[in-house]
Design a protein around this ligand. Structure first.
Ligand SMILES: *[C@@H]1O[C@H](CO)[C@@H](O)[C@H](O)[C@H]1NC(C)=O
Length: 163
């Protein structure tokens, strides 16, 4: 979670996007928890919010064009879905990128690891390996950073509950 402290603006941006989730908002619309989003970006980019595209995958979550299109071409304010830079602008905006992943998981969320739940581990696999290949092993580096981050946030949660 250290990057979350360093890149506070990113955390706030993601937090805001989830914060607008009102009590009556449909959980189905935002299946990915804030912790899960942070651990995904931690494993994918170190949550480095510098605008960047690497081999066509942009932003803190390294979202691809295909994923963006599949998720309904969300856009930042001022863009339309047909703007030339609509994709990189959204993927490089932590809030638009997080909303894109939410929409992607609404569409493709599934129990990849057969533990009878659909949760963060599944979303991490779906995002990295694709919805049709999510039962495969995650690449070592990605998996280890991702799982270490999730364990760390569980510990923090437990400590908060004890206090
Ligand atoms: C963040 O990413 C940019 C662009 O790739 C890079 O130049 C910069 O050094 C990175 N920052 C950190 C703290 O790693």
């Amino acid at each position: 979670m250290s990057s979350c402290l360093i890149y506070l603006s990113m955390c706030l941006a993601i937090g805001t996007s989830l914060g607008v989730r009102a009590a009556d908002d449909d959980f189905q619309g935002k299946p990915i928890t804030e912790t899960c989003l942070i651990c995904m970006c931690e494993a994918l980019s170190g949550c480095n919010a510098t605008a960047v595209c690497v081999n066509g995958a942009c932003g803190i979550f390294r979202i691809t064009w295909d994923q963006w299109v599949d998720s309904g071409r969300l856009v930042v304010e001022g863009d339309t879905a047909l703007s030339d830079d609509a994709f990189p602008n959204c993927a490089n905006n932590p809030r638009c990128a997080a909303d894109t992943l939410q929409s992607y998981m609404v569409k493709y969320g599934q129990d990849c690891n057969d533990d009878q739940q659909e949760n963060c581990l599944d979303y991490g696999a779906i995002h990295y390996m694709g919805p049709f290949n999510c039962k495969a092993d995650m690449p070592y580096t990605y998996e280890s950073i991702f799982k270490r981050c999730l364990k760390g946030s569980q510990r923090e949660q437990q400590q908060r509950n004890l206090n």
